[in-house]
Design a protein around this ligand. Structure first.
Ligand SMILES: [Zn+2]
Length: 299
């Protein structure tokens, strides 16, 4: 995030007990989390409505040119990250990465850390997480996730657990069938462009009920429309044999194709993200999780 101007002035953001600064009204957020909140508000234009307070300094930014304001507010996110939080690696939970380590991490290194985490999980050697301690740590120093994972809501595919990640390590977007839509694109644009995540991992899984529903043409309330977004993967899957939801081989083949199409939709649907990919600042990768073996295959 070196190209952004950092928000280096924290003087008006006091958070000592009894502090009456605007940030103290943001639900217990610390100084820089208040700045992040202001950044998010800026993006959403909510600050113009005056419904969420912004500190004096950021109010000036909001009233300036939009681009300058965005860059400065985004810089606040970088500063927040520079303050440190846990990160995905074998080292991370024993000793937090330094700012230098975090800033020099490449997308490939982040992906490698995810793979190592899944190796530990699959071998029954996951780290001993003290989630409450991790929670307190990121609450005090702010979040600085390195990746965003777009995965299915299936209860058998919990991304953080199967990659042995801790609190604050990744953004996690879950939706049946791990499809993308405008709201998810917006979420991923925030995670990557604003908050600095360098990897988007689209994760499908075996025996996916949403994929089975799409194959069967199931209809139920709002689910009908969601399954329609998976249907193109059904039609695009080359498969010799029984093309029904009863055939796990076909279901898994469709799930794999669905991951590919979701990645294509992300790149086609978001100029923000595709530009980051072209600039080498972001990598979008796919994977399939085997709910029987616990193995995460990157595809
Ligand atoms: Zn699923």
């Amino acid at each position: 995030m070196g190209e952004f101007v950092e928000c280096g002035d924290s003087s008006p953001h006091g958070s000592e007990s009894g502090d009456k600064s605007p940030h103290s009204t943001l639900g217990g957020l610390n100084d820089d989390q208040g700045c992040v909140q202001a950044s998010f508000n800026l993006i959403l234009n909510r600050n113009k409505l005056g419904d969420i307070p912004v500190c004096d300094n950021h109010e000036k930014e909001v009233n300036g040119s939009d681009r300058r304001a965005l860059l400065k507010s985004v810089g606040a996110v970088s500063l927040l990250g520079a303050l440190g939080s846990g990160f995905i690696s074998e080292v991370a939970h024993a000793a937090a990465w330094t700012k230098a380590q975090r800033d020099t991490m490449t997308p490939d290194e982040i992906i490698a850390a995810m793979k190592k985490g899944n190796d530990r999980f699959r071998k029954g050697k996951s780290q001993a997480h003290n989630y409450l301690s991790e929670q307190r740590k990121v609450s005090a120093s702010g979040q600085y996730p390195a990746a965003v994972i777009l995965s299915c809501i299936d209860s058998r595919a919990p991304a953080e657990i199967l990659m042995d990640l801790g609190v604050g390590d990744v953004f996690n977007a879950r939706i049946a069938g791990n499809i993308s839509n405008d709201d998810l694109l917006g979420s991923m644009e925030f995670a990557c462009k604003v908050a600095g995540a360098k990897v988007i991992l689209v994760m499908g899984h075996t025996k996916c009920g949403a994929v089975m529903g799409a194959i069967d043409g199931a209809e139920l309330g709002h689910l009908t429309g969601l399954l329609a977004k998976i249907r193109p993967a059904v039609d695009a899957t080359s498969y010799q044999g029984d093309r029904s939801a009863k055939n796990n081989g076909f279901v898994d083949a469709v799930a794999r194709k669905n991951v590919e199409l979701t990645i294509a939709n992300i790149k086609d649907g978001s100029a923000v993200l595709s530009e980051m990919v072209s600039a080498g600042k972001l990598k979008i990768v796919g994977s399939m999780y085997d709910i029987e073996t616990g193995a995460l295959e990157f595809i």
